[in-house]
Design a protein around this ligand. Structure first.
Ligand code: ADP
Ligand code: ZN
Ligand code: MG
Length: 476
């Protein structure tokens, strides 16, 4: 039954921009300050205060627009979206309705079902609201305006997606553009990227779209995928029972795997939008646009081609490294210092990704510096540390960005390059293990592994395994 229905999805994605100051005042956008310490008359909506547009916000918005093939609206305007809510001290949000800064773009995605293009209806600039904290114990609500006036762009897609897989592919592509631009870190968990999912279903072959709902509160790709499946099912059940879908905003509860109606969907006219009289229209001159265009970074496709030509590492490595701005940056910087790109890549794709998974973190959370990674690669290359010591040092570096050289010294992890001591130890191990020596001479290679192990143990793991091997073969 479910197969006869097609899912139709359009996304509204909010991204918090990485400017130092807010969109209409000089207050800091830094996250995590004490409540109401990053505020002023403008971002708390005091009468008589006037907004002044932050130039960087326009430049980031245009940067994302250019990356997604949008037309840039050369004369764009800000509008007031009027509504009352305690986290919105002006009683209106400054946004863009009539002339958004970017329009008519597209993002190319690829999934199991092939390549397709997802249309971007528009990208507009707006301000974020404050944060309400409901204290149920004291039975009061508190408000923190630090986030009020933090710049956002909203990227509105066309209803072009047909599955959760396409939605994730679209979001990942978008996120990578924005991260490469340095316009935001796009962390779903922390809310610097928020996706609202508009979804409807229709019988296969039906020309018109069905009635859609909008789902909010989705803070991971997994939650988005589950919410899409859950909502699709709910709508199909309604239609199969002869009922109809109501256009409304729903809140997805990822623990219960169910969405709840929040409020019926409001129309643009409910907000009494009108041009903001305090902000002049923004004219984007040819020179300014050219300047922004010339500053566009190297995006993934170009980076992949360059890595192939410049570093000679496998396509598999290139695919993973360029899939994250952070990994790509670390790779380039560390390779430049130590000149061993494949070794650097191995650390990033192996231990780094393993520990990130274990700690449930993302590449953007990485703390170690490229200098320290390069130092570790060089220490291993010079055989100052063996493989297991390198892993131990790496883990400390991953967690606390320790200097590998200093850490190895403090913990006594350097390889002992004392040939005399090594020979004495090997001789002792040989006399203590006559059975293994016999086995080795009768052709059992495995016995050698055992003797290497015993020697390493006797030297408290600080010997170079290659040297142990060599000396053992020699003395046997
Ligand atoms: P509104 O003006 O009510 O916000 P929009 O036309 O701007 O509505 O659309 C908001 C989002 O909903 C867009 O991302 C769009 O792609 C998506 N959308 C619109 N109609 C449908 C539909 N029938 N099914 C799924 N998504 C839809
Ligand atoms: Zn302010
Ligand atoms: Mg809309």
């Amino acid at each position: 039954m479910a197969k006869q229905y097609e899912t139709v999805i359009g996304l509204e994605v909010h991204v918090e921009l990485a400017t130092r100051t807010k969109i209409f005042c000089g207050c800091s956008t830094a996250f995590g300050g004490a409540p109401n310490t990053h505020i002023c008359p403008v971002c708390t909506g005091m009468p008589g205060s006037l907004p002044v547009l932050n130039r960087r916000v326009v430049e980031y918005a245009i940067g994302v627009g250019l990356a997604t093939g949008c037309e840039i609206t050369r004369l764009c305007k800000f509008d007031r979206k009027n509504y009352f809510y305690p986290d919105n001290p002006q009683n209106y949000q400054i946004s863009q309705l009539y002339l958004p800064v970017c329009q008519n773009g597209r993002v190319e995605i690829e999934t199991d079902t092939g390549k397709k293009s997802v249309g971007i209806h528009e990208i507009h600039m707006e301000e974020d609201a404050g944060k309400l904290i409901h204290d149920e114990w004291e039975d009061i609500s508190l408000v923190d305006y630090n986030r009020s006036g933090v710049p956002l762009i909203e990227i509105v897609s066309e209803p072009d997606m047909r599955s959760a897989q396409e939605v994730i592919a679209y979001l990942e592509k978008l996120r990578l553009f924005i991260q490469y631009l340095g316009a935001s870190d796009c962390k779903l968990q922390e809310g610097s990227m928020r996706a609202d999912v508009n979804l409807s279903v229709r019988r296969a072959g039906e020309p018109a779209f069905g009635t859609r709902t909008e789902m909010k509160n989705l803070n991971s790709f997994k939650a988005i995928a589950r919410a899409i499946d859950g909502e699709r099912e709910r709508q199909i059940e309604l239609l199969e029972a002869g009922a109809s879908v109501i256009q409304e905003t729903r809140r997805w509860d990822d623990n219960k795997e169910y969405s709840y109606a929040m409020r019926s969907k409001e129309d643009a006219q409910d907000y009494r939008y009108f041009p903001d009289p305090d902000l002049p229209p923004v004219y984007i001159s040819e020179e300014w646009l050219e300047e922004i265009r010339s500053r566009q970074p190297e995006f993934r496709t170009e980076k992949m081609a360059r890595y192939k030509a410049e570093y000679g590492i496998p396509d598999y490595d290139i695919d993973i490294l360029t899939g994250s701005k952070r990994l790509a940056d670390l790779f380039e910087a560390a390779s430049k210092i130590c000149g061993r790109p494949k070794k650097v890549s191995n650390w990033l794709m192996g231990e780094t990704l393993r520990l990130l998974r274990e700690r449930e973190e993302e590449p953007e959370d990485i703390r170690f510096s490229p200098e320290h990674l390069a130092e570790l690669v060089m220490m291993a290359e010079r055989r100052e540390i063996n493989g297991s010591a390198a892993k131990e040092i790496f883990e400390a570096m991953f967690d606390f960005d320790v200097s590998p050289g200093q850490y190895a010294q403090e913990k006594g992890l350097q390889t002992v390059n004392d040939e005399g001591l090594l020979r004495d130890t090997v001789e002792r191990i040989i006399t203590e293990n006559p059975r293994s020596v016999e086995d080795y001479h009768s052709g059992k290679e495995k016995a050698l592994g055992f003797l290497v192990g015993q020697t390493m143990k006797a030297m408290k793991g600080k010997a170079d395994p290659a040297a142990v091997n060599r000396v053992l073969r020699e003395l046997l």
